[in-house]
Design a protein around this ligand. Structure first.
Ligand SMILES: [Zn+2]
Length: 135
C-alpha cells in the first residue's frame, strides 16, 4: 500500500489539517516553510488527469483554503501551490499530492524556473501539437 493511502486509511500517523469527502490535507513532515501542507485525493490516483472533476474541484478549493488559513493563523502573506507529476518532475510518492507552501516575507525559499526565449516558429509548432493532443 502506498504511504498516502496508509495515511488516508488512518493506518499511518498524520497531522491532519482538513478532512473532506474526497480529499485530505495534512502537514508535510519535512516542511519547506511553517504550515507546508499536502492535499491529497482519498482515492489512489497517480496523475492529475486521473482525478474526477469533483476531486479536482475539492482539491483546489481545499488548497486555497489552507493557504488562506496560513495567512490568517500563521502570518503568511502568499503561497506556492505545486504538483510534481512523474519521477522526472520529482514525484516521490506515486499518489497525487498538491504541496501548499505558505510564503513569508522573511523566508528564503527560492522557486524559480529557468525560462528562455523561444522562436516564434517553435512556439507555433508546439501550440499546434498541443491543440492536436487536446482534441
Ligand atoms: Zn495511494
Amino acid at each position: 500500500m502506498c504511504v498516502f493511502c496508509g495515511i488516508v486509511a488512518g493506518e499511518l500517523p498524520k497531522h491532519e489539517v482538513y478532512s473532506g469527502e474526497r480529499v485530505l490535507a495534512f502537514l508535510d513532515i519535512n516542511p519547506a516553510t511553517r504550515g507546508h501542507t499536502l492535499v491529497v485525493p482519498r482515492r489512489h490516483v497517480e496523475r492529475l488527469p486521473e482525478l474526477s472533476r469533483e476531486e479536482a474541484a475539492e482539491l483546489l478549493e481545499v488548497a486555497g483554503a489552507v493557504a488562506r488559513a496560513c495567512e490568517a493563523q500563521l502570518g503568511a502573506s502568499g503561497a506556492n501551490f505545486w504538483i510534481n507529476q512523474g519521477s522526472v518532475a520529482g514525484q516521490v510518492v506515486p499518489h497525487l499530492h498538491m504541496h501548499v507552501v505558505p510564503r513569508y516575507a522573511e523566508d528564503e525559499i527560492r522557486v524559480e524556473l529557468q525560462q528562455a526565449r523561444a522562436e516564434e516558429e517553435e512556439l507555433q509548432q508546439v501550440a499546434e501539437k498541443l491543440r492536436k493532443g487536446l482534441e
